[in-house]
Design a protein around this ligand. Sequence first.
Ligand SMILES: [Zn+2]
Length: 508
Amino acid sequence: MRLIVLLAFTVAACAPRRAPAPASAATTLIANARLIDGSGSAARVGGVRIAGDRIVEVGTLRAQPGERVIDAGGLVVAPGFIDTHSHHDRGLFDMRDAVAAVSQGITTIVVGQDGGSRSPLAEFFARLEREPPAVNVASYSGHGSIREQVMGEAFKRTATPQELDRMRALVRADMEAGALGLSTGLEYDPGIYSDPQEVVELAKVASAFGGRYISHVRSEDRQFWQAIDEIIAIGREARLPVQVSHIKLAMRSLWGRADSLVRVLDRARASGVEITADIYPYTYWQSTLTVLFPERDFENRTTAEFVLREISAPEGLLLAQYGPDTMYVGRTVAQIAAARGTDPPTTLMALIRESLAMEKTTGRSAESVIGTSMDERDIERLLAWPFANVCSDGGLAGRHPRGFGAFTRVLGEYTRDRRVLSLEEAIRKMTSLSARNVGIVERGRIEPGYFADLVLFDPAAVRDMATPEAPQARSVGIRSVWVNGELVYDAGTATGRHPGRVLRRAAR
Ligand SMILES: [Zn+2]
């Protein structure tokens, strides 16, 4: 029944629209498609003509002599998905096919998130142009990375005016290199030690360039409402659009409050702050154990008990990485506690103590955890907020299944099966809205003149397959993916082409 409803769509005759094409360019026609153009408009039957890296014609099109024709077989053709919060750049130069991304239909990744970016960005961009991957890459300038460079080990305090000046200069350099704006991770070291004014001052630098602000806000649980107030204030004071990264209500006592959150966001918008959000479709996040202790009081048993009661139960805290004992990877705090013959709060404190000791000697992060903290009803409500776009927050080889399955999970589970969104709205939230929320132009729509980033998929079959146990299981139903007019993924295989480009900030 569901399937029949899903397949019923408006067939509107549409006059072809054209953009001037280079006369000599060999063209490709994707014919017999159900076009969902990214704008939110109803699907229509038609074709898309590509010349070089651009879409040149859309509508009822007839094949031209000598033209390459791809029969879409009535499946959906949509703009390639834009992942506004991605960590798919980790290891990208070794995995330039970016299979985790393209196999779920992603054609552009936006990195430099949570306050962490390659620094300076100009060098990263230059390397991307020498060794391009399959996907396009845009980046924010990361506050945390810059703060670390300027303050070094002495980051557990507010910055001095001189330090703030040096940070300003580094943000400015990244903005000149083409950063989309400033990103922060205010729940993490070293961002957590910044005072709100430091962030406002650096956001003003991004604003002066027509950039934006994107943030893993200061708290996703205990101080959540203050954290939302802070990002709204940043938008107001620095006069720039702000985006809440991977929006969530990650504490039991916050569950069911999505309506209140939407009211706060809508009120801010009505008052002139252009606030938006991105979201991934899972009830569990991946982060560090230390982030669960905002006071960094890792030996405080009361805090450990609070974490396990309010934020994530011991059964819901699964180690994704654990340097001191790799046998613990894939096991929960509850299981580890049982194996060690101790209780969960004791175990949680010990795991942090042991991993911090290891980090001290290696200088590298020694742990990572998947925590179940969210409620499905809140995810559905926030996903449906008209200004929230879809993101993955995933990586090329991470333990969280979002790296391979976030977008296909929205298309399968949330759109087709649960009908939280219409298919057109889901696509809008993966394409044109995403582009708008991060300031990417000429992508995110099927329109003459736009870049030919496209995905061909079967709406009846599309589904995520990745799970915490098999985080790299590939999605099904994604048939073909084009980036800048070149086929990068087809019938379950990367084609080995790497046409991805650096997307630098356009004027706002
Ligand atoms: Zn984050």
